[in-house]
Write a protein that binds this ligand. Structure first.
Ligand code: ATP
Ligand code: MG
Length: 424
């Protein structure tokens, strides 16, 4: 029977869970639209190269977490299939949006403000709040080099979290990764510091030391974390331009009354980030504390082969947010049409269909005796039942039973929708 279970790390969104999920995404979509972000979608798979180039060969995602297929190899047994043939399920959507920006020739239309929502795929160890197929929504603001863009993007995220009722559940953590020059100087300082403690580093981090020392700051290994605590801080290596940029972002957030906590250890796991890095975190989900994360990625589009174009954005985890939010509004309560006796069948079908066209949620009670059908109406949390028997048919009417009060009245079919719309 194991084949009837969903694959490890994936889950069904059954109707209750789906309603919760939808409520989160609908809220995000509506608020992002107020900021001028327009929804778009990219395919859920791309050429592997799209992710490799942008996430970097040494990132956790690329080295361990990608679902990659080589259709060329599978088709003709050609194991030497070029990387270009290989495709990967998207582990995140920034690379896809950037790829679409380039291939869609949107460079003439900057700034581009995009909102997306959909499933992402990462082969990681499943646990609560960490799945292999999970969902993100996010925004990308492409083409604006000024810190105003960072402020707007963060403000949008903060407003979404507030609209979800999470203002007291999350903290905005903020850092800067500086410009490429500052990063290079800082990188040297880190290499020198960690080289002195090479023997105490985890194996992964020893590897990072040569390939991407900044990543050590992001390590989840206990021993690494102790070393990281005393590592040099980026602050001291920021050049004046990077300092000014960060100051402008902070001043903007201060001006809008958006609270944040400076976290000099916050680095993004992805290679293309610079300047602003941020995460909205919560202490209510155990180890899975990040609910929304993002930053500035001025180098990304150039790295992919497009024109030099700055960008800033974030992505949020829908499952984690859904766990934190209150029960969404219940589904609208249906009106149940109950034919009593054979003759009423056709009329009942017509009445039900008429209600649906008029905008009501309507269900037809199909079978069983009257009592059974009313019990089912109750189970569906129906607001009212419309009984159609011989007498009602003769009078071109229906008996409306208010299922909350139990009251009944005869209503002409002609005035039915008008009468139903007066039900609270
Ligand atoms: P983490 O540190 O938790 O692994 P991350 O840095 O890998 O997160 P991002 O790539 O920044 O996460 O993705 C943005 C958001 O997507 C995260 O803040 C989180 O809410 C959500 N997310 C990431 N990976 C998963 C996953 N495997 N399952 C569920 N949600 C996830
Ligand atoms: Mg991760």
């Amino acid at each position: 029977m194991s084949s009837l279970q969903p694959v490890r790390g994936t889950h069904d969104l059954l109707p209750d869970a789906m309603r919760r999920h939808r409520a989160v995404v609908d809220c995000a979509r509506e608020i992002a639209a107020r900021y001028g972000f327009q929804e778009m979608a990219t395919p859920i798979f791309e050429f592997t190269e799209v992710f490799k180039r942008t996430l970097g060969d040494t990132s956790d995602i690329v080295t361990k977490e990608m679902y990659t297929f080589a259709p060329g190899a599978a088709r003709d047994q050609d194991t030497r299939a070029a990387d270009g043939d290989s495709i990967t399920l998207r582990p995140e959507n920034t690379a896809g949006v950037a790829r679409a920006f380039i291939s869609g020739g949107l460079a003439q239309q900057v700034p581009m403000k995009a909102f997306y929502a959909g499933p992402m795929f990462r082969r990681e160890r499943p646990q609560k709040g960490r799945q292999r197929q999970f969902h993100q929504f996010g925004v990308e603001l492409i083409g604006v080099p000024q810190p105003q863009a960072d402020i707007e993007v963060i403000a949008c995220g903060a407003q979404i979290l507030e609209a979800l009722g999470l203002q007291d559940a999350v903290v905005l953590e903020l850092n800067t990764l500086g410009d490429p020059d500052s990063r290079a100087t800082y990188r040297e300082a880190l290499v020198s510091y960690f080289s002195d403690h090479r023997d105490s580093l985890s194996e992964d981090s020893r590897e990072r030391l040569t390939r991407n020392p900044l990543r050590i700051l992001d390590s989840k290994d206990e021993g690494d974390r102790r070393l990281v605590a005393d590592a040099p801080l980026f602050e001291r290596y920021l050049n004046p331009e990077s300092q000014d940029f960060f100051a402008a972002v902070r001043a903007g957030l201060d001006g809008l009354g958006i609270a944040y906590r400076l976290n000099p250890r916050l680095v993004r796991g992805l290679d293309y980030y610079c300047h602003t890095a941020f995460e909205f975190t919560t202490d209510r989900l155990g180890a899975q504390s990040a609910v929304m994360a993002g930053g500035r990625y001025d180098g990304l589009i150039k790295t992919m082969g497009g024109p030099q174009t700055p960008g800033v954005g974030w992505a949020a985890g829908v499952e984690r947010l859904a766990m934190l939010t209150a029960e969404p509004a219940p589904a609208p309560r249906p009106i149940v049409v109950v034919p009593v006796g054979e003759a009423a069948g056709a009329t009942a079908l017509k009445v039900t269909q008429g209600l649906r066209h008029a905008g009501f949620v309507a269900e037809l009670g199909y079978s069983g005796n009257l009592k059974k059908r009313l019990q089912r109406a109750d189970k569906m949390n129906a607001r009212a039942a419309l009984l159609l028997g011989d007498e009602e048919l003769a009078a071109d009417s229906a008996t409306l039973r208010d299922l909350d009060s139990g009251e009944q009245e005869l209503v002409s079919l002609k005035t039915l929708t008008e009468r139903l719309s007066r039900l609270a």
